[in-house]
Write a protein that binds this ligand. Structure first.
Ligand SMILES: [Zn+2]
Length: 258
């Protein structure tokens, strides 16, 4: 693992969103990923004595941008978001595209296009800190719903994330892990690591603890949407010889109905 000095605060917002605020350990300037709800974000900033320097927006959905305008007013923060959705991201100052590398508070941040859930969604990868903020693209044992794109787009997006180093920590936009685990077990029920993990996350949720962050390695081992080549999943679906994208699309449709 990296010897990163990035300190990350993850806290619940709304019914099942996560807010993320981070800083260099001991520093007063902070970075926020998305703004699902103003109050909990301002509470954390105040509690830790932080000023919000930059807000990184992943996509235009209301439960990710609701706090943009009021945080901009109160914190005078810079708002960065995907170029493809700049018309729909309140208060945006700077737009970014897949493949861009920017510097935020002295840290390298790489922009990974993850369209499918929305057409412009991006993930923010901090290569020197070994962490990616995947919003509504990749969840623990699941993936985002396809609202604006198609299965091929979403599959490509997830493969981009899957190519990050195994030890990369993955933060996501929602606590959907329990229902994702149930679906994953339904299509990959002989996967020992998955069965173990499903029990682990049940215990965590019983205690009200978060199941995130996860890691790329853990997702490759247990997330059916990253396991479309797996013979057992293909056999279960009766799709032994199908294209990866078709297996992915079938899994996504089944999850929507699950
Ligand atoms: Zn969304």
């Amino acid at each position: 693992m990296t010897d990163s000095t990035l300190q990350i605060f993850q806290f619940p917002c709304r019914s099942d969103n996560y807010g993320i605020i981070m800083r260099e350990r001991g520093a007063k300037e902070a970075i926020c990923i998305d703004a699902p709800e103003v109050e909990p974000i301002e509470d954390v900033l105040e509690d830790k004595g932080l000023h919000l320097h930059t807000l990184l927006t992943t996509h235009h959905h209301q439960d990710h941008v609701e706090g943009n305008k009021s945080l901009k007013a109160s914190q005078k923060c810079t708002i960065i978001g995907p170029a493809e959705e700049e018309d729909r991201i309140p208060g945006i100052d700077q737009s970014v595209n897949h493949g861009d590398e920017i510097e935020v508070l002295g840290r390298r941040v790489q922009v990974i296009g993850t369209p499918g859930h929305t057409l412009g969604q991006v993930a923010y990868y901090f290569p020197d800190d070994g962490v990616v903020f995947a919003a509504d693209a990749l969840f623990a044992m699941g993936c985002g719903r396809i609202f604006e794109g198609d299965a091929e787009m979403m599959h490509t997006a997830l493969q981009r994330l899957a190519r990050l180093p195994d030890e990369t920590k993955v933060y996501a936009g929602h606590e959907y892990t329990l229902s994702n685990a149930k679906f994953a077990v339904s299509v990959d029920g002989t996967n020992k690591r998955l069965l173990e993990r499903a029990r682990e996350v049940e215990l965590l949720r019983d205690e009200g603890a978060p199941t995130l962050p996860t890691t790329i390695a853990e997702e490759k081992a247990t997330n059916p949407f990253l396991r479309v080549k797996d013979p057992a999943i293909r056999a279960y679906l009766g799709m032994e010889d199908a294209d990866d994208v078709d297996v992915f699309a079938e899994l996504r449709v089944r999850k929507d109905r699950f």
